[in-house]
Design a protein around this ligand. Structure first.
Ligand code: NAP
Length: 300
């Protein structure tokens, strides 16, 4: 894949650290080429938090259409934006910033990415359903907000540090008219909460590192459930394997990654009514994953 860069080319990129294995440049540049956008997407690794504000100031005076933000800056970018969408404020995290007329507008497209992936990949609609989210960080926040907007009946945030789950639950509860939101400690007593859920979402990084266990015991899962792991670096995580063995249906995080990126392109292209080419983006992300030689967790 080649990007034809000229003096008119607009920029996009991703801020984070580390970015060694990011799939976003491959996924975005393939999309821009496919739909004829004269944009180029570059990694912007920022080693020190203290440099974040300077980089963002530089972006303001460069021809950026927007940029993504990933770990560890999804929270600290909020205060550097001129405006932050309500869903991103509720989630407590921004993963996509639109540069519009010199203003930086923060969004969170992860939640939309998850909802789209659940609909497309496993035909799941969370309206009136019982959902469990493992984790209480930025990705969990985005997931919880998206389930509230989708009018889930119940969302339980299960987290290692229950205080962090409580902070998230308190932040979103005032917007949750149709959804009961609760915070629960992730320990052995959480088995009943997980067993009664229609959908279990892993928004922790547990399963990314080689040798990681499943974040919850497989015995808590059963057939009829959907188990979504946000991890996309592996075709089959320990949680996904446990889910499949228990008879549940498992889905990885690649569809979510593609859809959050596609939604960002649609925001950045403003009034162009452009539909980002999700199939092209998925193919490019998969190819980049294979090129990067990252471990594809596999039972064999
Ligand atoms: P984060 O803000 O750092 O939050 C991590 C959460 O995981 C925290 O609630 C933390 O609990 C919990 N956690 C961390 N290590 C744990 C462990 N060993 N045992 C139990 N809980 C643990 O991270 P994030 O940005 O939300 O990202 C979470 C995951 O989602 C990452 O794997 C990321 O790659 C993935 N993600 C995927 C997509 C996608 O498009 N597929 C998008 C966004 C994120 P404490 O509160 O106790 O510290």
């Amino acid at each position: 894949m080649s990007v034809d860069i000229s003096g008119h080319t607009k920029l996009a990129g991703i801020i984070g650290m580390p970015l060694d294995h990011t799939l976003s440049p491959a996924m975005h540049n393939a999309a821009y080429e496919a739909v004829g956008l004269d944009w180029a997407y570059v990694p912007l690794p920022i080693a020190e938090e203290e440099h974040l504000a300077r980089v963002v100031s530089a972006i303001r005076v460069l021809p950026f259409v927007g940029f993504n933000v990933t770990m560890p800056y999804k929270q600290s970018i909020l205060e550097l934006c001129d405006e932050v969408a309500l869903t991103a404020r509720m989630a407590g995290a921004v993963n996509a910033v639109h540069c519009s007329d010199g203003r930086l507008v923060g969004y969170n497209t992860d939640g939309r990415g998850l909802i789209d992936s659940l609909a497309t990949d496993v035909g799941f609609d969370s309206a009136e359903r019982d959902v469990v989210v493992l984790g209480a960080g930025g990705a969990a926040g985005a997931a919880v907000v998206s389930f509230i907007l989708s009018k889930a009946a119940r969302v339980t945030i299960l987290n290692r540090t229950v205080e962090n789950a409580e902070v998230l639950a308190d932040r979103v509860r005032t917007h949750a008219r149709d959804t009961e939101v609760s915070a629960v400690q992730l320990d052995d007593l959480a088995s009943a909460v997980v067993s009664s859920a229609d959908l279990v979402v892993n928004a922790t990084p547990v399963g990314m590192a080689s040798g990681d266990p499943s974040p919850i015991p497989g015995e808590w899962l059963h057939s009829g459930q959907i188990v979504a792991d946000m991890i996309y670096a592996a075709s089959d995580t320990p949680l996904m394997r446990a889910a499949t063995e228990a008879g549940a249906r498992a889905v990885d995080g690649l569809g979510m990654l593609v859809s959050q990126g596609a939604t960002a392109i649609e925001i950045w292209s403003e009034g162009a009514q452009l539909e980002a080419p999700r199939d092209v983006m998925r193919t490019a992300a998969q190819a980049a994953l294979e090129r990067s030689g990252r471990r594809m967790i596999d039972a064999t």
